[in-house]
Design a protein around this ligand. Structure first.
Ligand code: GAR
Length: 195
């Protein structure tokens, strides 16, 4: 299965997926990293692994739609099966959604629909919820909305610091994303063999 990963920042989820793709048995190939932030650390992580990187700055395009069309054009020859968002901090427009219907997946550090947005771990911590977690879902035009594929619960521990909770949420993400990808690979190969 061929995927493009979209990311904007640190790239720890990118690394987890790339490590998984490194296993021969996985049947996963990351054909492109798409990044919207020229100084994002994820770029070096991809270069170190010799994964092709495309950096496109949305500001240099006339609109969000034109920006996404440039991405669609770049990806077209690569026969990408899925786009995996891994800390990609932009709302996806119908341009990408139409090009990859039901083929764009996101990871979010909360139990959606609770705590969408960009400060989810902190918001759940401040709200003193008893549990939070990680969600993997298909993308639609909303912010962190769209059909849920999988969730993992992370219970809060008494007296735990925000940093400790963040560390446990990220560790959960790094486990759950490869697991979900592996399930997709299995169902994709069944789809192909029944054609
Ligand atoms: C991850 O925690 C991911 O779930 C979150 O950004 C972080 C990126 O970390 N995404 C969102 O909040 C999307 N709304 P990473 O760059 O180390 O993978």
């Amino acid at each position: 299965m061929k995927v493009a990963i979209f990311a904007s920042g640190t790239g720890s989820n990118f690394e987890a997926i790339a490590d998984h793709a490194g296993l021969k048995s996985a049947g996963l190939e990351i054909v492109q990293l798409v990044c919207d932030q020229p100084s994002a650390p994820v770029i070096v992580k991809a270069q170190d692994r010799e994964i092709p990187v495309t950096v496109l700055r949305p500001k240099q395009f006339a609109s969000r739609q034109v920006y996404e069309q440039a991405i669609v054009d770049q990806l077209a020859p690569l026969a990408v099966d899925y786009i995996l968002l891994a800390g990609y901090m932009r709302i996806i427009t119908p341009v990408l959604l139409k090009a990859y219907p039901q083929r764009i997946i996101n990871i979010h550090p909360a139990l959606l629909p609770a705590f969408p947005g960009i400060h989810s771990i902190e918001e759940a911590y401040q709200a003193q919820v008893t549990e939070t977690g990680v969600t993997i879902h298909y993308i639609d035009e909303g912010v962190d909305s769209g059909p849920i594929i999988a969730q993992a619960v992370v219970p809060l521990r008494a007296g735990e610091s925000l940093v400790a909770l963040e560390t446990r949420i990220h560790a959960t993400e790094h486990q759950l994303y490869p697991e979900v990808i592996q399930t997709l690979i299995k169902s994709n190969s069944k789809e192909h063999s029944s054609r």
